[in-house]
Write a new protein. Structure first.
Length: 246
């Protein structure tokens, strides 16, 4: 039994590629930066379905309840968004209830890769993500250089620092995942914790594949109350085309 475990461990270690050398790591970061900054320009016109689930844990005991599920049609044309609410909690509705926009996915990248952010970026490790081999990069942006604003109520907002990790597809250089945690939140502020994870993936739109928003999870803490918003994107297609599934 011990021999089997040793053999499996040795095989896993052998299969894991060596870390890139310093020059290669710098190129990986430079290529990821270029991809991130060009991302908004490369998004095509599209239509998709956006589903948002608002969850709440009032006592912070990991006892979640879904408050609302919103199903919307998102049209992204000429780099402008338009939302049409299809249903709220399974019932037809035209009430607007968007908590996150697809353009936020570009903003998250800008917060890190914009030269003004002066982010500290470093290669961390190899990993696998949804069938892709990825480079995992660590990052940190100080509060002084950050564009990340946490808002609570009318006129209440602060700027926070951020740190986290980024998963970069080793073949295409596309950014497929980003996770960040807010830092430097004043102890007296109403919101005492914010963490965001966003996922991107290749989707066929017309005759080509593009990197588009896949999913986002937004977590925050206000007093004892934990808030978790889940946002998913489905059925990408060209404007005017019928969805592949309904």
């Amino acid at each position: 039994m011990k021999l089997g475990i040793l053999l499996l461990t040795a095989a896993a270690a052998f299969a894991q590629p060596n870390p890139p050398d310093e020059a290669a790591q710098k190129k990986i970061i430079a290529d990821a930066t270029a991809k991130a900054l060009s991302y908004p320009k490369e998004l095509p016109d599209f239509v998709c379905r956006q589903v948002t689930r608002r969850n709440e844990d009032p006592k912070g005991l990991n006892q979640w309840r879904t408050i609302e599920t919103v199903n919307e049609q998102l049209s992204f044309i000429n780099h402008k968004e338009e939302y049409k609410t299809l249903a709220v909690n399974g019932k037809k509705s035209d009430r607007s209830s968007t908590v996150m926009h697809s353009t936020d996915f570009a903003d998250y990248l800008s917060w890190i890769f914009d030269p003004k952010a002066k982010a500290e970026l470093s290669w961390s490790q190899w990993d696998a993500l949804r069938g892709h081999r990825v480079h995992v990069l660590g990052f940190r942006v100080t509060k002084e250089n950050s564009q990340f604003v946490i808002s609570k109520g009318k006129g209440q907002q602060i700027t926070a620092g951020i740190f986290g990790v980024i998963s970069v597809d080793s073949e295409s250089g596309a950014i497929l995942k980003l996770g960040l945690i807010a830092t430097d939140i004043p102890p007296t502020y109403a919101v005492q914790g914010v963490a965001i994870e966003v996922n991107y993936e290749f989707a066929q739109i017309g005759d080509h594949y593009y990197v588009v928003p896949l999913r986002a999870d937004l977590h925050s803490k206000e007093g004892k109350t934990m808030i978790w918003n889940e946002v998913e994107f489905h059925d990408y297609r060209k404007p005017g085309a019928e969805p592949a599934s309904k």
